[in-house]
Design a protein around this ligand. Structure first.
Ligand SMILES: Cc1cc2nc3c(=O)[nH]c(=O)nc-3n(C[C@H](O)[C@H](O)[C@H](O)COP(=O)(O)OP(=O)(O)OC[C@H]3O[C@@H](n4cnc5c(N)ncnc54)[C@H](O)[C@@H]3O)c2cc1C
Length: 437
């Protein structure tokens, strides 16, 4: 990838006079990407709002693929900042659960692109937003939406009301805006799996314990696969930080939460027969989180029914399984497409842009979501009823994300614009917006 200019020099002039005004709800990676993309395309982001008062270094491993990187770079973001803090290992190994035999070695880029700590990536995204002069207001919870033409509005918990030409709801997997857009709640559906996750700085004792230290010395990624389970290890900062994620069958009723404490006794039982070289360090972990992996059915629409000016983006409309390793990257792609579509319409035609956006994005995000389901199923099934000495076809366990990286979502939006615009205008003329699925 080539060098980049400072954020200001890459900004495109607004195609509208005055520029379209946008409010972004949610300052997660999706909301930050939306704000940066809109700014790059010349639109005015009045504010990015988040209900949280202060962000912590939350989560653990998150990947950013080249499909996201090429957009961020175009928008003037200094990628070296994220590359420097990501996992520096060139390769990763996919191993057999019981004995750690390497089934395949792949380039790390094939997994999730660049893997780093979500909190660190988030800090950098927030900085990129701030250095563009876009205000981020913390402690501002949106409690209701008013879906009216020509300026939809939101009400904050404080009672304050704000309106804009377009409201972009990047409010995550438990989105309030999604209820408005769908006209009903859509409660989570269990995927039948949950993840135990831990992220910690290994103590000197652990590092020096020969039973524990195999993967604590330098950046590395290893994945142990077995029947209905897999365990991912990610060591960052040259051994300073260590993370494991154990995906397992879930028959409990853990609530859908990023913060639910996990039961280390259950973890120790689940890893009792895993490769000893990783088992002991997992068993020695003092605390973990329990994430229920929930699905939402694909949404029939991402855009509000009345004004067509409230649009969902990121996890609020296309949540991904961890095995997709594309949640944040797809949010970046969506941000680029929405900002591009807004630049291709007249000021009064925001509804054409939002309806084109959902049509352009839906099939691609479904492909990326199902890619992750396919990988999980391959990993969880390939060793079922297979004797230890049987050779496994390496292709059957490989992570196949590389094809996702070649895509340029903004280029795709421009290339298909006329075709999609015609469909959208026909739908408005006929008074019937066809559902996405
Ligand atoms: C705490 C946390 C930890 C995570 N850890 C990981 C991880 O380790 N690995 C991984 O792959 N993915 C993780 N994710 C998910 C990952 O960040 C997302 O899949 C991806 O970045 C796309 O995010 P998003 O911006 O669409 O949604 P999110 O990252 O969920 O961001 C949504 C934001 O909206 C805000 N918000 C929600 N409702 C309102 C409201 N009513 N008013 C105002 N603000 C609101 C939230 O506070 C949040 O900051 C995590 C998400 C969270 C929230």
């Amino acid at each position: 990838m080539g060098s980049i200019d400072s954020p200001q020099t890459t900004r495109l002039p607004s195609p509208h006079n005055p520029p379209l005004k946008a409010i972004v709800i949610g300052a997660g990676l999706g909301g930050c990407a939306a704000a940066i993309a809109l700014h790059h395309h010349g639109h005015e982001v009045i504010t990015v709002l988040d209900k949280v008062r202060q962000f912590g270094r939350l989560g653990d491993s998150l990947g950013l693929g080249e499909n996201a990187y090429k957009l961020l770079e175009r928008w003037g973001c200094n990628l070296n900042e994220v590359k420097a803090i990501g996992n520096q290992s060139p390769t990763m190994n996919i191993r057999r659960w019981r004995d750690g035999k390497i089934l395949v070695e792949q380039e790390l880029i094939d997994m999730a692109g660049y893997i780093g700590h979500r909190g660190d990536y988030h800090d950098i995204f927030l900085k990129w937003v701030t250095e563009r002069g876009i205000p981020i207001r913390m402690g501002c919870e949106v409690v209701s939406y008013d879906d009216v033409e020509p300026m939809p509005s939101i009400t904050l918990k404080s009672g304050e009301k704000l309106s804009a030409d377009i409201i972009i709801a990047c409010d995550g997997i438990k989105s309030l805006a999604r209820i408005l857009v769908l006209g009903q709640r859509d409660d989570p559906i269990s995927s039948g799996y949950a993840c135990f996750r831990a992220f910690f700085k290994p103590t000197l004792d652990l590092k020096e314990n020969p039973l524990c230290n195999s993967f604590l010395k330098q950046d590395s990624v290893n994945i142990w696969i077995g029947p209905d389970m897999h365990l991912i290890q990610n060591t960052l900062r040259n051994g300073e930080e260590f993370n494991w994620i154990l995906t397992h069958k879930d028959d409990g009723d853990v609530p859908e939460s990023w913060f639910q404490p996990g039961d280390m006794e259950e973890v120790r039982k689940l890893v009792s027969d895993v490769d000893p070289s990783i088992r002991e360090v997992v068993k020695a972990t003092t605390a973990c989180l329990d994430w229920k992996i929930c699905y939402r059915k694909p949404l029939p629409t991402w855009v509000s029914a009345k004004s067509h000016r409230i649009a969902l983006l990121g996890d609020s409309c296309h949540g991904h399984l961890p095995t997709s390793a594309q949640g944040a990257s797809q949010a970046c792609e969506s941000a680029g497409v929405l900002a591009t579509c807004l630049s291709l319409v007249d000021r009064d035609d925001v509804k054409i842009a939002t309806r084109a956006y959902e049509k352009l994005r839906f099939p691609r995000t479904r492909q990326s979501q199902t890619n992750g389901e396919d990988l999980r199923d391959r990993w969880h099934n390939v060793l079922k009823n297979v004797e230890n000495e049987i050779e496994i076809d390496p292709e059957s366990v490989k992570i196949k994300n590389r094809w996702l990286y070649a895509f340029d979502s903004e280029e795709d939006a421009r290339a298909r614009w006329r075709e999609i615009e015609d469909i959208v205008r026909d739908e408005f003329r006929s008074g019937k917006i066809n559902p996405l699925c």
